[in-house]
Design a binder for this molecule. Structure first.
Ligand SMILES: [Zn+2]
Length: 171
C-alpha cells in the first residue's frame, strides 16, 4: 500500500503482486466518485492480504487463512465438489463480493493441496497393500470405511467404490 496525492487529498493506493500500480488513477476512471474508487481499492487490498498465502494449503493452514480473513472454512468434501468452479471460475471484482472472492481463492489453494495429497497417497501405502489386501481402512477421499482391495483408481487418486460412482455421475 502506498500513499499518494489524488484529487488534492491523501488517499491509499494499491500495487498488485505483479508490480502494476498504483492503480487509483485507473480506478478513478471506472468509478463515479472518489469514494467508490477508494472503496474498490480497499476491497482489492483486503483480497490481496487475505490470499497472500502459499499456492497449496494444508487443512490447518487453510483454516488459519480463513480465520484470518474472518470466514468459515469449507469442508474438504465440499471443496472437492466445487473443484470445477474453483479451478475454472473467474472470481474478481466487481462481479463478485470480496468475501466470495476470498472464499473461492482460498478454496482453490486448499483443493490444490488435496489433489497433491491424493496423488502421493498410494506411494505411501504401497508396501502394505500386498500383505493386507482386505484390511479395513478409511477411504482416502471421503473417510468412509472400506477395504484396501475395494479401492478404485479415479482421476484424482484411489477412492472407495461410492466415491468412484459419485465421481462418474458428475462427468
Ligand atoms: Zn470414498
Amino acid at each position: 500500500m502506498l500513499q499518494a496525492e489524488v484529487f488534492g487529498e491523501t488517499v491509499w493506493t494499491y500495487r498488485d503482486e505483479r508490480g502494476y500500480g498504483p492503480s487509483l488513477g485507473l480506478a478513478s476512471h471506472q468509478h463515479a466518485t472518489r469514494e467508490a474508487a477508494i472503496q474498490r481499492l480497499e476491497q482489492e487490498e483486503r483480497i490481496r492480504a487475505a490470499t497472500d498465502v502459499p499456492d497449496q494449503l494444508s487443512r490447518g493452514a487453510y483454516e488459519a487463512a480463513c480465520a484470518a480473513a474472518g470466514q468459515e472454512p469449507l469442508g474438504d468434501e465440499e471443496i472437492r465438489r466445487m473443484a470445477y468452479g474453483l479451478v475454472y471460475g473467474e472470481f474478481s471484482l466487481p462481479e463478485y463480493t470480496s468475501e466470495r472472492i476470498i472464499q473461492m481463492r482460498l478454496g482453490r489453494r486448499r483443493l490444490a493441496a488435496i489433489e497433491s495429497e491424493l496423488r502421493t497417497w498410494p506411494v505411501v501405502i504401497a508396501p502394505t497393500t500386498a500383505a493386507h489386501p482386505d484390511e479395513e481402512i478409511s477411504c482416502p477421499s471421503c473417510g468412509r470405511p472400506t477395504r484396501r482391495s475395494m479401492l478404485m483408481s479415479a482421476s484424482f487418486g484411489l477412492v472407495c467404490p461410492e466415491c468412484y460412482d459419485e465421481a462418474s455421475e458428475r462427468c
